[in-house]
Each structure stands twice: as structure tokens, then as C-alpha cells.
Ligand binder design. Structure first.
Ligand code: 5RP
Length: 231
């Protein structure tokens, strides 16, 4: 029987525990992403909270949810290593490159993902695409660069819309770049980050996950992105 998207999110989040548990142990830290799929993961993680020491969070919202479960949340600057990072995505292409930032948390998400030994991405099957782009690319910008960065991004070929009334946990604005079909995610990730005033964009091609778990009505499918190890 077909499952709802929420049921698939819960299923894949629960399945992630099997991949996370072997990396846990005393002194081991879990990195936690942001979003509704990750919320299910946080709830699942609470059931094994005696088996690891603490979490590092990619957002204030996830930190609050972790704390409500009695899980200690540490600043990334206060830990020597993060064993494993688990997070959702807005789009995943067959090579494992992602678009993230639907919740506007992609800057901290990329930082924690890059600082982690292993990155596990958890999505329901609606997130799988052949080519990145239809969702739009979230781009976090310093407030004074909202208009200048938007003009520059527009000149690179996108249809740029400001996310009205939204402020990131870092106090910045978000521009969403629509209308792109991203055949070369590495190149676009780098090009967008070179625009003055851009803090970080939501393409995860350099920092792609080590493992993608996809929740489907038939179970959880997994694949290992093909583009080699993360730098
Ligand atoms: C937040 C993100 C989320 O991982 C992404 O938006 C997916 O969210 P959800 O699990 O709610 O579908 O990148 O910045």
C-alpha cells in the first residue's frame, strides 16, 4: 500500500539509526541537520540517547528539539570531531549531489556536514530527480548585499526571488534562484559562492553525502554517491 510522504520520512529516519549506531560510543558526537525528515530522525535518536555523548546541531530549531529530548547540544567549536551527520534534502540527483536550504539552514548544515566523518542523507523518494534545479537554489546573503547579489545571480542566468520576511539563524537573508537545470553542480556551487556577499549556497556537490537513504513504499533503498570521497 502506498505510504504518505510523512510516513516515508519517518521510515527513512528510523532506518538511519542502523547506520548511525555503529559509529556511536562514549565521546562520540552526532551531527544533526534541519527539517521535517530530520525531526523524525531526532525523535528516533532520542530512543538511543544513552549510546552517545552529545549532538552538534545545524539550526536553532533542531537544537531546541534535541534539548527537549534531553540530548546535550554542543557548539561545533567545542568538539574535536563529529562521528556522523544526518540530514534531509530538497533534491538528490543520481550522483548524490544535493539541493538543500528549503528551511534556510544550509550554511550551518554544510559546515557541520563538512566537519563530520560520515554524512548520511535521508529523503523520501519524492526528492529524487534526474537533474538538480527545479526546487530552486537557496543562497544565503549578507543583508547589505541583498540587491547587488540578486542582480549578479540574475546575470548568471537564474530567476532570483528574495525569500520575504525570512532571516537565517546567522542573521542573513535568503535569495532563491529558480529556472536552472544544473548539469554541473560543482561548477554552479563554486560560481554562486564567488558572488560578493554570498555566505553559502544550497548546492552540496563538493560536500555530497557518503550515503543516501531513500524511503519508498517498498522499503528503504540506499546508494553511495559516485563522485569519490569528500575532500
Ligand atoms: C533545511 C534543509 C532540509 O534538509 C530540506 O529543506 C528538507 O526538508 P524536509 O525534510 O522538511 O523535506 O535543507 O535547510
Amino acid at each position: 500500500m502506498a505510504m504518505t510522504q510523512d510516513e516515508l520520512k519517518r521510515r527513512v529516519a528510523q532506518a538511519a539509526l542502523a547506520h548511525v549506531l555503529p559509529s556511536l560510543g562514549a565521546g562520540r558526537i552526532v551531527g544533526v541537520g534541519t527539517g521535517s525528515t530530520t525531526n523524525y530522525f531526532i525523535d528516533a535518536l532520542a530512543s538511543v540517547k544513552e549510546r552517545f555523548d552529545a549532538a552538534v546541531s545545524s539550526s536553532d530549531a533542531s537544537a531546541e528539539r534535541l534539548a527537549a529530548h534531553g540530548i546535550e547540544v554542543l557548539d561545533l567549536n567545542d568538539v574535536d570531531a563529529v562521528a556522523v551527520y544526518v540530514d534531509g534534502a530538497d533534491e538528490v540527483e543520481p550522483g548524490g549531489a544535493l539541493i538543500k536550504g528549503g528551511g534556510g539552514a544550509h550554511t550551518r548544515e554544510k559546515i557541520v556536514a563538512a566537519a563530520s566523518e560520515v554524512f548520511v542523507c535521508i529523503v523520501d523518494d519524492s526528492k529524487m530527480v534526474n537533474t538538480l534545479g527545479a526546487f530552486g537554489v537557496p543562497v544565503e546573503v549578507v543583508p547589505m548585499a541583498r540587491r547587488s547579489a540578486a542582480r549578479r545571480l540574475q546575470s548568471l542566468g537564474g530567476d532570483v526571488r528574495e525569500r520575504g520576511g525570512f532571516v537565517t539563524d546567522n542573521g542573513n537573508a535568503v535569495l532563491d534562484v529558480h529556472g536552472l537545470s544544473i548539469a554541473e553542480p560543482h561548477a554552479i556551487e563554486a560560481r554562486f559562492n564567488n558572488v560578493a556577499g554570498v555566505v553559502e549556497n544550497g548546492i552540496f556537490a563538493v560536500n555530497r553525502p557518503d550515503l543516501v537513504l531513500v524511503g519508498t513504499s517498498d522499503g528503504v533503498r540506499e546508494f553511495t554517491p559516485s563522485d569519490g570521497p569528500r575532500p
